[in-house]
Design a protein around this ligand. Structure first.
Ligand code: C2E
Ligand code: MG
Ligand code: MG
Ligand code: MG
Length: 284
């Protein structure tokens, strides 16, 4: 009996594991196909001067337009892409597309602004990464100061290798931002040892700056320390006017969030650029 029960348990777990891994494999194969068959697209979210409402940058955010399931969020496939290494070709596609799009906007006569691109740790530490960036810059002829790479604090864990790569990127002329700042383990003073230009305060800190005074004090400290260390500071996940006021009062003049715009497909963000220009800023 005990033996049977044991066997049943074993059966139960393997079935469960099998179910999990086959779902994962399905997703993985699907994403591989998505890359080959052009099912990926970029949406663009504006970064805004909080005083004037002027759009001063955009972040490229990848979406998977699945033939049956519709639009799949990056939160669902980026972690798997990182695990399997698919992030390398995927990230290359994103970088090429984002840089080419930014060049196209400049050629169409929109005010030139930097394009922020998310770079995964695994992608950044790939031996071919610097060459890939050089290739993209050569192919698109986009000036490097119109590219801004968003990396997370976790890259600092492999600090020697990371420092070398970041130095090379700075030499190429791109700017570097720490994404989701505050959710990792690094301190601002540690970041000082890396050639970082900008920190993005994570949405989770911005969420209740106006409700809980502790959170507000924390954000104020990040802004002050960031500026003291000569980083520019941007707040992400800005959803309400009260947050804009808090940020401005405390010296943070750039924000990104649904309060201004959700990430938009290319035609829609181009309309937003035109409207923003017509109204002389003010995007609210
Ligand atoms: P992230 O880089 O921190 O991007 C910000 C995320 O917050 C985006 O989600 C954006 O749509 C969302 N967001 C912006 N403002 C607001 C707001 O006011 N309220 C709320 N609730 N959400 C807001 P998204 O597009 O789903 O992307 C999720 C994450 O996936 C990104 O977080 C980034 O880590 C990753 N990701 C997206 N595209 C790429 C990519 O091309 N490469 C890599 N490596 N990662 C990417
Ligand atoms: Mg980002
Ligand atoms: Mg972020
Ligand atoms: Mg975040």
């Amino acid at each position: 009996l005990a033996k049977d029960r044991g066997k049943n348990n074993y059966q139960f777990y393997t079935d469960k594991l099998h179910g999990l891994s086959s779902r994962k494999m399905e997703l993985e194969n699907g994403l591989r196909k998505a890359l080959e068959q052009n099912q990926l697209m970029l949406h663009y979210q504006p970064q805004v001067n909080l005083e004037t409402g002027e759009i001063i940058g955009v972040e490229a955010l990848v979406r998977w337009v699945h033939p049956e399931k519709g639009i799949i969020s990056p939160a669902e496939f980026i972690p798997m892409a990182e695990e399997t290494g698919l992030i390398v070709p995927l990230g290359k596609w994103v970088l090429e597309k984002a840089a080419a799009q930014n060049k196209e906007w400049q050629e169409k006569g929109y005010s030139p602004i930097p394009m922020s691109v998310n770079i995964s740790v695994r992608q950044l530490q790939e031996d071919t990464f610097i060459d890939c960036v050089k290739q993209v810059m050569f192919d698109t002829q986009l000036a490097p100061n119109y590219l801004d790479f968003e990396i997370t604090e976790s890259v600092m864990q492999n600090s020697e290798k990371t420092a070398l790569i970041l130095d090379q990127l700075k030499e190429l002329g791109v700017t570097l931002a720490i994404d989701d700042f505050g959710t990792g383990y690094s301190s601002l003073s540690l970041l000082k040892h890396f050639p970082i230009d900008k920190i993005k305060i994570d949405k989770s800190f911005v969420d209740d700056i106006t409700q809980h005074s502790n959170q507000g004090a924390m954000v104020k400290t990040i802004i002050d320390m960031g500026h003291n260390l000569k980083f520019s500071v941007i707040a992400e996940g800005v959803e309400e006017q009260e947050q804009v006021e808090f940020l401005l009062k405390n010296g943070c003049v750039v924000g990104q969030g649904y309060h201004f715009s959700r990430p938009l497909p290319v035609e829609a963000i181009e309309e937003l650029f035109m409207e923003n220009k017509r109204r002389g800023g003010i995007l609210q």
